[in-house]
Design a binder for this molecule. Structure first.
Ligand SMILES: [Zn+2]
Length: 388
C-alpha cells in the first residue's frame, strides 16, 4: 500500500507523485519470511542492501524494485526511466549468471534475510558502457566504477517486498521519508533545503547552509551514512561533529538532522541529480549543490555537478537546486564569503587544504576558529587520537 501526499500538505510531492512503500509487517511479514527460507537466495552487497532499504522506504520513489533492462538502458543512455521520468543512476541487483527463478530471497550483506524479489527479468548489462556514461570514465581506479565492475554484468530486475529492514547505522538519526515529511509538515515548513554531506561540516559549509536557510523555512542536514571510501571520516565521528555543531550554532526550530542511508557511488554530476531526487522524496523543496558534489579525484570538472541540472527541463526534477561557490573566511571582509562576494586577494583568505587540516588534527592542534568551530575540531582531534 502506498501513501500519497495529501492535497492540503505543504510538503513537496514525492518524485512521480506517490511515496512508495514496499514493506510488509505482522502476519504478512511472517508468511513471507517463511516462504523466503525455501527460495533461491541472493546475497546483496552493502550498496545493494542500502538500495533495497531505500526502495522499500520510498526514498527512491517511484522505484518499486531493482531495475529491469528497459529502465536500466534508458537511465544509462538518457537519465530518464523508460516511462519518461527523470532519473540519474542505475539501481541494480547483480546475480549469478544462469539464475532462473520467479521469486528470489534477498539476504542483506550483514547476513539477515530481508525480503524477496519477483524476478521480472535477468539480463546482461554492458557495465563498461554504464561506466562511460554514468561515471564519465571507464577507469577502474574510480571507486564507483570499480564497484560496478566487481558486481559483474548479470543483473536481475523486478519488484521487491521487504519483511525486515536492515539495522540502521544510526538508529537515533534514522528517519524514513514518511517521517521527515511528517516532521516537515508538523513544523509548518513550506520550503526546506536539504544538504548532503559525507564530511564533517566546517565553517565553509556552515556558511553555505545558512545562506540557503536565509531564503527558506528549514534546513535538513542529511549526512550520508552508507558505505563510503575507506579514507573518508567514519560516519560515527561525523555524526558527533554534526551534533556539537547544531547544538552550539544552529537554531533548533529551523534545523533537522537525520541520516541518509545511501551508499556513495562517487558519480559526481549524475549523483548530484540522484541525491536531489532522493531528498525530494524526503520532503525537501530545495537542494544545495556545491562544487564537485559527489566527486572523487579529478574525474569531474568543478562545476559539472551544477551544470548537469541544465540538462533537464524546468520543473522536471521538481526540487530546486541551489548552487554555491567555494566559501572561506576573509580577514579583509571580516566575515565568510566567496569569490562572488569578496573582493580581496587569496592572501586575506583563511584556506587550509584537507591534508593540512588532517595533519593539524592528528597532532592535536586546533585549526583556526575561522576555519572550523572549536567544538567540531575537538571531536575530530579526539577521534584521531583514538585511532593512534
Ligand atoms: Zn574579502
Amino acid at each position: 500500500m502506498t501513501t500519497g501526499t495529501a492535497q492540503s500538505s505543504p510538503v513537496i510531492d514525492p518524485h512521480g507523485g506517490t511515496l512508495i512503500d514496499r514493506t510488509v509487517s505482522g502476519e504478512q511479514a511472517d508468511a513471507l519470511r517463511a516462504e523466503a527460507a525455501g527460495l533461491t537466495e541472493v546475497t546483496l552487497t552493502e550498496k545493494q542492501t542500502a538500495d533495497l532499504d531505500m526502495i522499500s522506504s520510498g526514498a527512491l520513489s517511484p522505484l518499486t524494485g531493482f531495475m529491469t533492462r528497459d529502465d536500466y538502458d534508458s537511465v544509462v543512455e538518457s537519465m530518464h526511466l523508460a516511462g519518461g521520468l527523470a532519473w540519474a543512476l542505475p539501481v541494480t541487483l547483480s546475480v549469478p549468471a544462469g539464475l532462473s527463478a520467479d521469486r528470489i530471497a534477498l539476504r542483506g550483506y550483514e547476513g539477515d534475510l530481508l525480503g524477496v524479489m519477483d524476478v521480472a527479468e535477468v539480463f546482461e548489462a554492458d557495465r563498461r558502457r554504464e561506466a562511460e556514461l554514468v561515471f564519465r570514465t571507464t577507469d577502474e581506479a574510480h571507486p564507483g566504477v570499480a564497484q560496478v565492475y566487481a558486481e559483474g554484468s548479470t543483473l536481475a530486475g523486478g519488484q521487491i517486498t521487504v519483511f525486515q529492514r536492515p539495522q540502521p547505522g544510526f538508529p537515533a538519526l534514522h528517519m524514513d521519508p514518511v517521517d521527515t515529511r511528517a516532521a516537515i509538515a508538523g513544523r509548518g515548513w513550506k520550503r526546506v533545503v536539504g544538504f548532503q554531506t559525507r564530511n564533517p561540516v566546517h565553517r565553509a559549509h556552515e556558511y553555505i547552509q545558512k545562506c540557503a536557510l536565509e531564503t527558506v523555512d528549514g534546513l535538513l542536514l542529511h549526512p550520508l551514512v552508507g558505505k563510503t571510501k575507506g579514507d573518508d571520516v567514519p560516519a560515527e565521528v561525523r555524526v558527533e561533529c554534526y551534533r556539537v555543531l547544531l547544538d552550539n550554532y544552529y537554531p533548533a526550530g529551523r534545523t533537522m538532522l537525520s541520516a541518509f542511508p545511501a551508499a556513495m557511488r562517487y558519480a559526481g554530476p549524475r549523483e548530484a541529480i540522484w541525491h536531489a531526487i532522493c531528498r525530494k522524496n524526503y520532503g525537501c523543496s530545495h537542494f544545495i549543490v556545491g562544487r564537485d558534489h559527489a566527486g572523487v579525484g579529478s574525474y569531474y570538472g568543478t562545476y559539472d555537478a551544477q551544470l548537469i541540472f541544465d540538462d533537464f527541463e524546468p520543473g522536471e526534477l521538481g526540487i530546486q537546486p541551489m548552487f554555491f561557490e567555494h566559501s572561506f573566511f576573509c580577514r579583509g571582509c571580516g566575515n565568510m564569503g566567496t569569490a562572488k562576494t569578496c573582493p580581496h586577494d587569496a592572501e586575506h583568505h583563511v584556506h587550509l587544504s584537507g591534508t593540512k587540516v588532517r595533519e593539524m588534527l592528528g597532532r592535536g592542534e586546533m585549526p583556526p576558529p575561522e576555519f572550523s568551530r572549536p567544538e567540531v575540531a575537538q571531536v575530530l582531534i579526539d577521534a584521531y587520537r583514538g585511532q593512534g
